[in-house]
Design a binder for this molecule. Structure first.
Ligand SMILES: Cc1cc2nc3c(=O)[nH]c(=O)nc-3n(C[C@H](O)[C@H](O)[C@H](O)COP(=O)(O)OP(=O)(O)OC[C@H]3O[C@@H](n4cnc5c(N)ncnc54)[C@H](O)[C@@H]3O)c2cc1C
Length: 506
């Protein structure tokens, strides 16, 4: 325990991307009455990465915790609602060429058991419907272009994420933070001064200022200037089982025939393309592995995919460093955002990790009165979080059934799997119940059993159709027509996405 009479720390957040501002907002809120001073320093010359437009449902909890209403931030960030992610062409198995990964609503508890049951007996050879799309409310909402917010008369908890403009969300949070006492500084850090014990003492800007603090947050993006650069914290690459290391991005005009509340992820020859509908445009990008396709060919493939002619201006290309640092909190520094690691954007988990990194840090740091007694346990927890998400994303690639390129064949052959993922895959193909396996591994807080079922079933990871036989009358328990009717009736409690977005701006 540190000295309880010590003055509160002075914190400098280095980096004004989404991660830096989310960290500043959460810290300012939590320590509003503790006298903690927070300054955010960013370089106007370097700028932000400017991609990252999809979230998990956790982002709603972030804004809720700051008492920021959707009507306040969504119109400012051209944001839309997200009911889940549609995966297209990842599987070639007939009937499974696409599936929807829904964000689960409370009402899904009624239909999930039927899906789990059918997926088990199909794995054991019964020819029943084991595709996830028949069983979840969010899938129906996305297909009907309905916003995932129910009418007041529908007394079940909903669950959804968002799409947003990543530059605008940073700007919004900056205004929010500076109105609450966070100081904003501009400057490019040219040198980092360390104390004798190795802690970071101060940042020196290129225009000659010395900015000191007790604690530093490194939100410098892939540069990781403080954590990896100054403190030398090792980086553990995930390249052995996540091959994508590059992206090319292109906006296209907004949808005019109703905005579908979903991200779409379409498999291409050496990666996948995202489609994220915002209010004013659609964000598109191709995440690919430079080992399998070069930059020009990737750009040409994305253009063809989204119908963008060669005469349009050149597209923006990015490199991605996929993996994580060994310690997210080292000495008097916390890495937040891309500086601490990145697990490619397939499930849009980066800001979710930012939030958890900061919230758990606040708990650990406060619990020891701004000391580091809980640092090791904290780091172990965040590392486990990264590994848990990584396994789920690796599973997408492992169970793909495309054979049209070396990239997809290598992914399916990939044998560098964690023990945890191996056990999940064995359990699934052996036709066993996945729920107790996930509980035994204590990984449901990373991805719930329903998410694992959707992924594995959605790709059609079942015995080949010719080996399936009709279920016995006793085994054929699921009444799909009733589920269709139930979900269709539930969907009546939701309104068109465009209509709900339109009301937010009034
Ligand atoms: C292709 C791609 C797609 C993505 N899609 C998603 C998605 O759908 N969902 C999601 O949640 N995430 C996504 N991400 C991740 C997301 O972009 C980031 O997590 C998010 O934008 C936060 O970035 P950041 O703040 O860590 O870094 P940046 O935005 O890069 O910010 C870095 C900051 O550090 C400052 N800085 C750097 N060096 C210095 C210096 N020397 N002195 C002063 N300041 C400095 C910069 O000026 C800047 O302000 C995606 C990432 C990529 C690459």
């Amino acid at each position: 325990m540190t000295d309880p009479t010590a003055p509160p720390p002075r914190i400098v957040v280095l980096g004004g991307g989404t991660a830096g501002w989310m960290a500043a907002a959460l810290m300012a809120r939590r320590w509003a009455d503790r006298g903690v001073s927070i300054r955010v320093l960013e370089s106007p010359d370097i700028g932000i990465i400017g991609v990252g437009e999809g979230s998990t449902p956790q982002l709603k909890a972030f804004f809720d915790s700051l008492d920021i209403a959707e009507s306040e931030w969504m119109p400012r960030c051209n944001a839309t609602y997200k009911a889940g992610i549609g995966f297209v062409n990842w599987s070639t198995r007939p009937g499974f060429e696409h599936y929807f990964h829904p964000f689960l609503h409370e009402i899904d508890e009624r239909t999930t058991p039927a899906f789990f049951y059918n997926s088990v007996i199909r794995r054991r050879g019964a020819n029943v419907d084991g595709h996830p799309d028949r069983y979840f409310l969010a899938t129906q909402l996305a297909a009907r272009k309905l916003a995932p917010l129910p009418a007041y008369s529908f007394p079940f908890r909903s669950n959804y994420g968002y799409h947003f403009d990543s530059a605008l969300i940073g700007r919004f949070l900056r205004e929010h933070c500076t109105a609450r006492g966070v100081e904003y500084l501009e400057g490019t850090v040219a040198r980092v001064e360390q104390a004798e014990n190795g802690d970071i003492a101060a940042l020196h800007t290129s225009d000659g200022r010395r900015i000191d603090a007790d604690f530093f947050v490194d939100s410098t993006g892939f540069r990781s200037l403080l954590l990896q650069g100054t403190l030398g914290v090792p980086f553990r690459s995930f390249g052995e089982n996540l091959y994508n290391d590059s992206a090319v991005v292109a906006p296209t005009p907004a949808d005019t025939d109703g905005i579908r509340p979903q991200t779409t992820s379409t498999a291409l020859s050496a990666g996948w393309a995202w489609r994220i509908p915002l209010q004013n445009r659609v964000g598109n990008g191709y995440v690919y592995s430079s080992r399998y396709i070069d930059k020009d060919a990737a750009e040409a493939e994305l253009r063809a995919h989204i119908g963008l002619s060669d005469s349009e201006p050149p597209l923006r290309h990015l490199s991605m460093k996929v993996g994580r640092v060994e310690q997210h909190w080292a000495r008097n520094c916390l890495g937040v955002g891309l500086s601490q690691g990145f697990i490619e954007p397939l499930e849009a988990t980066a800001l979710h990790l930012v939030q958890e990194t900061v919230e758990n840090f606040i708990e650990a740091y406060t619990a020891d009165n701004f000391g580091d007694a809980h640092r090791d346990a904290y780091n172990a927890g965040i590392n486990a979080r990264f590994e848990g998400i990584r396994d789920y994303i690796v599973c997408h690639y492992k169970v793909n059934s495309r054979s049209d390129s070396e990239y997809w064949r290598d992914n399916a052959r990939n044998d560098v799997l964690s023990d945890s993922l191996r056990r999940i895959l064995s359990c699934w193909v052996a036709g066993q119940d996945l729920v107790p396996e996930i509980a035994y591994q204590k990984i449901e807080r990373y991805y719930a059993p329903a998410s694992w079922h959707c992924l594995l079933a959605g790709y059609g990871t079942y015995p080949p159709p010719e080996r399936l036989i009709p279920p016995s009358v006793k085994a054929n328990r699921v009444d799909l027509a009733r589920i269709d009717d139930f979900l269709a009736r539930c969907a009546l409690n939701f309104r068109p996405h465009d209509e709900v977005l339109g009301e937010l701006v009034r």
